[in-house]
Design a protein around this ligand. Structure first.
Ligand SMILES: *[C@@H]1O[C@H](CO)[C@@H](O)[C@H](O)[C@H]1NC(C)=O
Ligand SMILES: *[C@@H]1O[C@H](CO)[C@@H](O)[C@H](O)[C@H]1NC(C)=O
Length: 396
């Protein structure tokens, strides 16, 4: 009897467990509807056969329907020469690309210097899971040893698109930028992993420009250039809970190359950690005449670990002192708030605001910024910076 009771309990528990696990798994997995498996179009997970045509066919098939569709890339390694997805004649506003496998880029000698995987004028596209391997090593070696190397391909680009969601995607060893969001609206990158060596050239993690409503959340970014770089014409950006390092930090700029340039507005960077990066949070503008601006930026709850320039505004960017005829830093910087920033600086100067003489930074707020250097506190220097704390004393 005892045996049978315990047996009964065991079975009961097993059933409950199965139901609970089943329910949890089901609610977590993306809803796969109207599945278009690229294997159906001849894709082979052998790392050699070109998958370009299979992906294009799957895209065409998804676009021909106006019901939500899932393009599915199964496990395995798929060689992909290039993929260009245009949404202009696409009837579908809900295409989910689910990747379980790895997509392998071609050798840099046979890539175009634009995007390897490029979406243009698409609406309602999501990508989840998968690994994009840009195979940048040979190109970086070329750049390190000889001139005349191609610039290389950006791994994943979205142009002129809207309502985009990218989750749990991994991008490794991009030839140039890992991801570019340009001319887009309402884009969310969540739980992504970006990885390339700290010395790989121009491998920015996420580059955003001419876009509005872009969020980068809960992501790991280790790369050779900016973890996130923000170019002209960007507004309403939200960057939260990212781990950056190695890399060059989160950078607004370089701005102000052009005289007429759209500004950067309403950017929040919060709850993030920077480890052994070149910069933490940076705003960088050319020492050139420009009507550009940066306004309404909040940097909040940040941790710096051994960062060379944890907090920096540099309005005198002009490599080689060329192309800056009057050395006037035209970009107007205003309403920048630094709040609760702690940790360690690798340099004695932990906060450096080097603003324009002609157009001083205004509305700078510094609250609870405390960085250590060695056994003491890091210093701060402020030039042409006006604001609540900065104007009284530029101490941190
Ligand atoms: C600033 O951007 C955030 C999204 O990042 C948005 O929720 C908020 O409404 C924007 N604020 C203004 C004043 O536009
Ligand atoms: C700054 O941080 C150091 C070390 O973490 C600490 O000893 C010091 O009290 C802090 N200063 C302020 C003003 O918070």
């Amino acid at each position: 009897m005892a045996f049978r009771v315990s047996h009964f309990i065991l079975i009961t528990f097993t059933i409950i467990f199965a139901i609970v696990v089943g329910a949890t798994t089901a609610s977590k997995a993306p809803k796969l509807v109207n599945i278009i498996n690229i294997a159906k179009f001849g894709a082979k997970p052998d790392g050699r056969t070109d998958t370009t045509r299979a992906l294009q066919s799957a895209w065409a098939s998804a676009c021909s329907s106006n019901k939500p569709a899932t393009i599915y890339v199964p496990t395995g390694r798929f060689f992909l020469q290039s993929a260009y997805f245009n949404g202009e004649h696409c009837n579908n506003k809900a295409i989910n690309i689910v990747i379980d496998g790895t997509l392998l880029a071609p050798d840099y000698r046979s890539t175009r210097n634009t995007g390897w995987i490029r979406f243009e004028k698409v609406t309602g596209v999501s990508i989840s899971g998968g690994v994009l391997d840009g195979r940048g090593n040979d190109l970086w070696a070329c750049k390190a040893t000889s001139g005349g190397c191609p610039t290389g391909a950006t791994t994943l680009e979205f142009y002129g698109s809207r309502d985009i969601v990218i989750t749990r995607l991994t991008s490794i060893n991009s030839q140039k930028f890992h991801t570019v969001i340009d001319g887009c609206q309402n884009v969310k990158l969540q739980g992504i992993t970006i990885s390339a060596p700290g010395n790989s050239p121009n491998t920015d993690g996420v580059h955003i420009e001419h876009s509005s409503g872009v969020a980068v959340l809960n992501s790991q970014i280790s790369t050779g250039d900016d973890c996130v770089s923000i170019g002209p014409g960007s507004s309403n950006l939200w960057i939260e809970n990212i781990n950056c390092g190695p890399g060059h930090g989160v950078s607004i700029g370089s701005l102000g190359w052009s005289l007429q340039e759209p500004g950067v507005q309403n950017v929040t960077v919060k709850s993030s950690t920077f480890r052994s990066t070149e910069n933490g949070v940076r705003i960088k503008t050319w020492a050139r005449e420009s009507n550009g601006f940066v306004r309404g930026v909040v940097y909040k709850d940040l941790t710096m670990v051994n960062v060379q320039n944890p907090v920096i505004i540099d309005q005198h960017y002009c490599p080689g002192e060329r192309n800056c005829p009057n050395q006037v830093a035209g970009v107007r910087i205003s309403d920048i708030r630094y709040e609760n920033i702690h940790g360690t600086s690798a340099n004695v100067v932990g906060l450096k605001l080097d603003c324009s003489k002609e157009h001083p930074c205004s509305g700078i707020e510094i609250e609870d910024v405390n960085l250590s250097y060695g056994n003491g506190r890091a210093h701060a220097t402020c030039v042409n910076a006006l604001g609540s704390v900065a104007s009284l004393s530029c101490l941190i």
